[in-house]
Design a protein around this ligand. Structure first.
Ligand code: FAD
Length: 431
């Protein structure tokens, strides 16, 4: 959906290359995009006629097994990090699709299967090395440039090109994963039970719900293909026997179909959704938070399936909380952590002629749910037409972010992102 043709793509091999290109482009005033995995839903990793700093040659990962630390370069995909850390039986908590760029994901916050147990990705970053707008290299960690360190934990690509992340790792090789599908008049009670259960669940459990038309795949019984369903995935990180008992309880409600549970390797978990989000399809999202999910909102969510456009569009509901929620609101630049229910309306279709149909369906559903939601949004789940929500995303943290941006990027050179304009901004507005 983002078809733009940059004038120049700089495939940087190291920090020195990035310094050179940043100095030249900022001196010449060229619109510049930074690209890691290219997954930006808003299309920020490319631009029309300008420059793209492409980091795909910078995918080195160094793991220090004893210290449980890793350093990875700014062009890494999640798969680069997962593969290297798993060789030592360690994990860095990040997202759920392995071809997502680690840099873009981590800079915005980073949520995934391990968030409840180990926190957001940014809660596990101990240091950044970056090239800032004047071309110099800056370190940001608890001791050096602590304000920048704070801003980089959630503030996106606003402050420079991160060439290296230093992160904490945790031991984990496998998880217990269970699935099941509720349909027809069981969807509503299943959603309500999910809502009630997750609030008191242990950090070792992450249980997500997805409302959608069931895909015509082998794992789904044929009589459900194309029908509205509440499809569910739960993962457990602790003792297997304890997890199996819990999964029995979760999927023992009503008569879910296609129920399965198995122990799977961490790498299999991290790649299992890869083929569901291939490059080249059409995607559109709207996202937000609920402090609590009332019956009326659940009824709207389930009721929306009656008009959902055919395709792979879905309503994703997850519950974060856990370790992510225990980090104080002011400790990082990331937006709201206090509203644990995350709604992600994810449009996914193939035919350009159906753009309006999918986008309008998502917008209308979002508007109807909005009054019950808590203001706030995860910047990495924002679409390109939502620039007005950036202040909403950062709310109380906005002025401090503007101050850091003004110090490190006074001309708003890095502006193809969920932009935080500096006080002195005179830059353009392409995006
Ligand atoms: C299929 C799919 C699955 C997703 N799953 C998850 C998930 O599980 N959890 C989650 O939290 N999010 C998820 N997201 C959202 C994802 O976090 C954002 O789209 C993120 O921006 C992707 O990062 P990227 O590096 O791939 O994107 P890019 O488009 O390359 O970059 C995104 C933004 O980051 C900036 N940027 C990239 N690299 C750098 C760098 N080295 N230094 C400075 N700025 C940089 C870019 O300029 C741009 O503004 C998913 C998105 C998609 C499309």
């Amino acid at each position: 959906m983002v078809a733009r043709k940059p004038g120049l793509i700089a495939r940087c091999a190291d920090a020195a290359d990035i310094q050179n290109i940043v100095r030249s482009a900022s001196h010449a005033g060229i619109v510049t995009a930074v690209r890691c995995g290219g997954h930006s839903l808003a299309g920020f990793s490319t631009c029309e006629d300008g420059l793209v700093i492409d980091l795909s040659r910078m995918r080195q990962v160094k793991v220090d097994e004893n210290a449980r630390r890793a350093k990875f370069e700014g062009g890494c995909l999640l798969s680069s990090v997962d593969q290297a850390t798993q060789r030592a039986g360690l994990v860095f908590p990040a997202g759920v699709v392995s071809h997502t760029g680690a840099a873009g994901l981590v800079l915005g916050g980073g949520t995934g299967w391990l968030t409840r147990k180990f926190g957001l990705s940014i809660d596990n970053v101990v240091g950044y090395k970056l090239v800032v707008a004047d071309g110099s290299i800056v370190q940001a960690n608890e001791k050096e440039n602590p304000d920048l360190f704070w801003a980089l934990r959630g503030g996106g690509g606003n402050f420079g090109v991160v060439t290296e992340f230093e992160v904490k790792l945790h031991p984990l090789r496998s998880v217990l994963i269970a699935r099941g599908i509720w349909s027809d008049d069981q969807m509503l009670p299943a959603m309500k039970r999910w809502r009630d259960f997750v609030c008191g669940a242990p950090d070792n459990l992450r249980w997500d719900m997805s409302l959608r038309l069931a895909p015509a795949i082998e794992e789904v019984p044929a009589h459900l293909h194309g029908k509205p369903v509440a499809s569910s995935v739960a993962i457990w990180l602790g003792d297997e026997a304890e997890g199996r008992t819990l999964m029995k309880h979760i999927f023992g409600f009503g008569n879910p179909e296609a129920v399965s549970s198995e122990v799977t390797s961490y790498l299999a978990l991290q790649t299992m959704a890869d083929q569901n989000f291939p490059h080249g399809r059409r995607y559109y999202t709207k996202s937000g938070y609920f402090s609590s999910l009332n019956d009326d909102s659940i009824e709207k969510l389930v009721g929306s399936l009656a008009s959902i456009p055919a395709g792979r569009t879905q309503v994703e509901m997850s519950y974060l909380g856990g370790a992510a929620e225990r980090v104080g609101a002011g400790e990082t630049a990331f937006g709201d952590r206090s509203a644990p229910f995350v709604l992600n309306l994810l449009g996914d279709w193939a035919d350009r002629a159906r753009d309006e149909e999918h986008i309008q369906w998502i917008r209308a559903l979002f508007a109807s749910l909005r009054p019950a939601m808590k203001p706030g949004v995860y910047v990495n789940f924002m679409s390109g037409d939502e620039k007005d929500r950036t202040t909403e995303a950062y709310s109380a943290r906005w002025q401090r972010l503007v101050a850091v941006k003004t110090q490190y990027d006074p001309t708003n050179f890095f502006r193809l992102n969920q932009n935080i304009p500096p006080n002195s901004a005179s830059g353009g507005s392409q995006g």
